[in-house]
Design a protein around this ligand. Sequence first.
Ligand SMILES: O=C1O[C@H](COP(=O)(O)O)[C@@H](O)[C@H](O)[C@H]1O
Length: 227
Amino acid sequence: MQNNSRWHYLETAEQVAEAACQQILNAATSAISERGKFKLVLAGGGTPEKVYRLLTESNADWANWHIYYGDERCLPADHQDRNSLMASRVLLDNVAIPANQVFTIPAERGPEQAAESYRLTVAEAGAFDMVLLGMGEDGHTASLFPGHQHQQDELVHAVYNSPKPPPERVSISAKALSNTRELIFLITGANKQEAVNLWRSGSDLPVATIEPENPIDIYIDSDAFKP
Ligand SMILES: O=C1O[C@H](COP(=O)(O)O)[C@@H](O)[C@H](O)[C@H]1O
């Protein structure tokens, strides 16, 4: 487990979403006042979806938000299982973030081509202001799966043989996800308990390989872990 982690234990997934939403809005306000923009990396998954829905209720300075994705599934651009489709439906179609500030992973082109293209995007982005991540029940995060080998220096990986469908994906690397001022993990649901226990007891899971310089924040509900 990362040494510099702050665990926020909340009763319900709704409370997790509310607390994370507040931290995101605070980070956006600071980033925009200090550097003129807010570079946010989105995650897929059910808990992030709740957070995105809450964000739409706020009066944020959307014109200065820049949106990236931690991972994407290699499916047609309008496929319902695309992370970008969920984010558009719930958040991006409902707030005034300029379209040219939304950097979707072109995963419909297949893992290699999409990864190659997104490497340029991530290199140009530089350090992110905030990265949002979920964790799968096997301890994967973004599309970094246990047992998969990648070139550690790459900013974006082409992913094959994902144990969770679809098998082909694209993922920002642990190195590039760690290049962020703030990082939030959103973890809810009883199916995450085993991976959470392994992570906390020092297992070498993908979720443990994201190590930004600043402390990370882990928002977790009582189904996933009871302190
Ligand atoms: O496949 C994925 O899974 C992880 C975890 O999702 P969850 O629904 O189990 O919380 C998610 O973070 C990632 O973006 C997604 O592509």
